[in-house]
Design a protein around this ligand. Structure first.
Ligand code: AMP
Ligand code: ZN
Length: 134
């Protein structure tokens, strides 16, 4: 059953962060989005940028969300500047679905930087592919 898009999804941890029910180390907030530190950082700077409304993943974005997506990407760029990682370089990633490695089913952009990042964007083995097909 589909729920109204603006209503927080019950039991969604990122909806709970967006509404302030769960604590987070916030870096930015406006009416559309929240940015906060990842609880298990993969780099010295690891910030998650999420929409306040529940969108399960990038795969669920609709044409109505296009402006929001632009705002979120622009916020990544602004945060990178504010966190002093713009000049050295950084990475913005979005994991989508099971094989994309998405664990939390509420859309989020990862902003990573503060150290040289590995060149490998993806990591998979043929064994993992075979297992996933079983
Ligand atoms: P993904 O694998 O793309 O779904 O990434 C989910 C990210 O959310 C992981 O990097 C987690 O460390 C992070 N995370 C999960 N719960 C929290 C939380 N309560 N506060 C901050 N980050 C979280
Ligand atoms: Zn949610």
């Amino acid at each position: 059953m589909s729920r109204p898009k603006k209503q927080p999804a019950k039991d969604c941890i990122f909806c709970q962060i967006a509404t302030g029910k769960l604590p987070a180390s916030k870096r930015f907030e406006d009416r559309d989005m929240v940015a906060f530190d990842d609880i298990h950082p993969h780099a010295p700077i690891h910030v998650l940028v999420i929409p306040k409304k529940h969108i399960t993943s990038l795969a669920d974005v609709t044409p109505k969300d296009k402006e929001l997506m632009g705002k979120m990407l622009y916020r990544c760029k602004e945060l990178a500047r504010q966190l002093n990682i713009a000049d050295s370089g950084y990475r913005v990633t979005v994991n989508v679905g099971k094989w994309g490695g998405q664990v939390v089913p509420h859309l989020h952009f990862h902003l990573l930087g503060g150290a040289p990042l590995t060149e490998r964007l993806s990591l998979y083995t043929e064994a993992a592919v075979l297992l996933a097909k079983e």
